[in-house]
Design a protein around this ligand. Structure first.
Ligand code: TRP
Length: 339
């Protein structure tokens, strides 16, 4: 089991990122560690160049994200934690795969179409070729499991297509250069919605900070946000069918379940018939119990630049070592002469 995943260093992680992705990384890290597998989690800082970006901001948020990931339970002793920029083999393999990836494949990527909109001519080449770098990210480690959200499934399929074509063109079935990676989408991947609008995903780009719970919020802020969360005047039903057309209520119940490890039915079994005056404080307490230690640890780590640099340096050194054999095999397969 070789788990590989990347996360964009956009900064300001929130409850949706934690329940939807990061908590899952921690689980996979423990599973891989227990089974003699590997887990590599990296900050996709090279991917940030595909859109206009502010260098100082990228630098700060990369460090901030390492602190957040470690505060959430990613353990540098169990997982290889690093940023792409310190492992040049990712960019190197991307170039080697550029001869295999097809324009038509990239043209079909929905993320490209969404981000480019009507102005394709004005986009960076990096935005277009972004999925080839993503393929290199996972293929270079022979990844078997790639934990991603639904929106990244198509990029993973592209990585499989590239691996398959490369193996066909330059290797043999008996001795392939690349392993075909599988997307790993946990069933219970919680889809957490905005606290202000039950039909919109919780997002860092929502202008209202009240719409999300940041992993850096302190206990009072968490409580305040939960109490002010939008709801309806009805008490909670005791059955899930009673949550139809009550998106905000459903979201709060789902958050409670995700954080306490219960199903929506179980939460309703406990709180059915109660009003939000009872439910919200209980939800707030459950959130504080899980998130307060995370934000506490984050604040300590963020001050400790030396530790953060050391974590990344150690992870990058391990990653470079793990990347070397596949990269060498790729050069060889392509007939490139290297001393
Ligand atoms: N494109 C992914 C995202 O936006 C981030 C990413 C980059 C990634 N490289 C990856 C995810 C490799 C999984 C594997 O979320």
């Amino acid at each position: 089991m070789i788990v590989v995943s990347g996360i964009q260093p956009t900064g300001n992680l929130h409850l949706g990122n934690y329940l939807g992705a990061i908590r899952n990384y921690v689980k996979l890290q423990d599973e891989a560690h227990a089974n003699g597998g590997k887990c590599l989690i990296f900050l996709a800082d090279l991917h940030a160049l595909s859109m206009p970006h502010d260098p100082a901001e990228l630098h700060a948020s990369t460090l901030e994200m390492v602190a957040t990931l470690v505060a959430c339970g990613l353990d540098p002793a169990k997982a290889v934690l690093f940023n792409q920029a310190q492992v040049p083999q990712h960019a190197e393999l991307q170039w080697l795969l550029m001869g295999t990836a097809r324009m038509g494949w990239l043209n079909r990527m929905t993320q490209w179409k969404d981000k480019a909109g009507k102005n394709r001519e004005g986009q960076s080449v990096a935005l277009f070729s972004y999925p080839v770098l993503q393929a290199a990210d996972v293929l270079i480690y022979q990844a078997t499991h790639v934990p991603v959200g639904e929106d990244q499934k198509q990029h993973l399929e592209l990585a499989r297509d590239i691996a398959q074509k490369f193996n066909n063109d330059f290797a043999s079935e008996e001795a392939p250069v690349f392993t075909l990676p599988e997307p790993y989408i946990p069933e219970e991947a919680a889809r957490i919605m905005s606290l202000r609008d039950g039909s919109a995903k919780m997002s860092k780009s929502d202008p209202s900070d009240m719409s999300r719970i940041n992993l850096t919020d302190d206990a009072d802020t968490i409580m305040k946000k939960v109490k002010k969360a939008r709801t309806d005047p009805e008490p909670l039903p005791s059955d899930i069918t009673g949550l139809v057309d009550r998106a905000e209520a459903l979201n709060l119940v789902a958050i409670h379940g995700a954080i306490t490890g219960k199903s929506v039915e179980q939460v309703l079994g406990e709180f059915g018939g109660s009003g939000f005056g009872t439910f919200k404080p209980a939800l707030g307490e459950a959130l504080v119990e899980t998130l307060a230690p995370i934000s506490q640890r984050f604040r300590e780590l963020k001050q400790d630049r030396e530790s953060l640099d050391a974590i990344l340096a150690r992870g990058a050194s391990k990653a470079r070592e793990l990347a070397a054999p596949t990269l060498a095999a790729t050069y060889d397969a392509l007939g490139l002469v290297r001393g």
